[in-house]
Design a protein around this ligand. Structure first.
Ligand SMILES: [Zn+2]
Length: 336
């Protein structure tokens, strides 16, 4: 490999995230920049205030919705289409994390780096599956980068919720879901398991569900909880952001059974501390096995780990014969 082709020479770790010097763009920068390439719409990756944003049509739709009035110029780039920025080729490939989520495939002087953003490997009805990309350097997250994290099949978790409805028909089931991604995935999974009744929701969840529906993702009937009298809330599923689960509005629910959909629900203590009776281990991040399988499949020469529990993953990658390095990027959260 020539010195100029050496990826750490042209894709640098800065306080503002990964910066591609010859292409003059940042990937998921924390602070406003002239040109940003955004992997997906979660708040810690897609911040407001950039001048130019290059992202998938799904991500640009999410960003426009979340940052109304932002004078950003958005350039939607569909999956698989290449674009050249000052001699650097940029392509977006599905990451399977949420609607619009992408891996950024960056090619320069014969070297290819893939920045995966957040990703998962299992099927999700709300976005296309992760597509492995051959590359010299694979940049991965490690949110669940410990062998203890093995997510169960999502259908089993949804069945737990549906079974609970039959056990406690007099109770409302209050399910905590993040507004972007988890909410729509849980809805789509419920529909897939045959649950067709209208889903009741906290008002904060409607906006992004509308964005998904406008992008062609069917979610079925959704209804504001406030439209129903207390007497009709028994035996219903009510979705709400996790932060709203303990707020005053929830007191209208008859004897609510609290659930939460998150990869962190694998840790019983965490569920208990949040007062969750029914933890649902549904994650939008790769678990340990998926991280390892992905690295084995992509077969990069080198692995860079952005954030999360990187130690075990670095160790495992070295055992697999790869050069591995922690980037320790700051500003990304471990929400799921
Ligand atoms: Zn994310």
């Amino acid at each position: 490999m020539s010195a100029s082709g050496c990826p750490e020479r042209w894709l640098r770790v800065t306080a503002n995230g990964l910066y591609c010097e010859p292409g003059d763009f940042f990937v998921d920068p924390r602070w406003p920049v002239d040109r940003a390439v955004i992997t997906h719409g979660h708040g810690d990756h897609a911040r407001a205030g950039h001048r130019h944003v290059l992202a998938t049509p799904g991500t640009t739709a999410i960003m426009r919705h979340r940052h109304p009035g932002d004078p950003t110029s958005y350039q939607p780039l569909p999956y698989g289409e290449a674009l050249t920025l000052c001699g650097v080729e940029v392509k977006l490939a599905p990451a399977g994390h949420i609607l619009g989520s992408a891996q950024v495939v960056i090619e320069y002087q014969g070297q290819r780096v893939v920045v995966s953003g957040d990703y998962k490997r299992r099927a999700d009805p709300t976005c296309p599956p992760f597509e492995p990309q051959q590359c010299d350097v694979f940049v991965t997250e490690a949110t669940f980068g410990l062998p203890v994290f093995r997510h169960p099949p999502d259908g089993d978790e949804i069945d737990k919720l549906l079974h609970s409805l039959t056990l406690f028909p007099e109770r409302a089931h209050l399910v905590g879901v993040y507004a972007l991604g988890k909410c729509q995935r849980v809805i789509a999974l419920l529909r897939r398991q045959g649950y067709e009744a209208p889903l009741l929701m906290h008002g904060a969840l409607f906006g992004l569900c509308g964005v998904y529906q406008a992008q062609g993702i069917p979610l079925g009937a959704l209804q504001p909880m406030r439209d129903l009298p207390k007497s009709e809330l028994a035996g219903k599923i009510v979705l709400a952001p996790p932060g709203a689960q303990n707020e005053a509005w929830a007191r209208r629910l008859p004897d609510p059974r609290t659930a939460r959909a998150s990869g962190w629900m694998r840790i019983r203590q965490r569920a208990k501390a949040s007062g969750i009776e029914l933890p649902l281990v549904i994650s939008d991040h790769a678990d340990w096995d998926e991280l390892i399988a992905t690295i084995a499949e992509v077969k990069p020469g080198e692995l860079w780990v952005t954030h999360g529990a990187e130690e075990a993953l670095l160790h495992q990658a070295r055992r697999m014969g790869l050069k591995a390095r922690a980037l320790s990027l700051v500003g990304y959260e471990d929400e799921d």
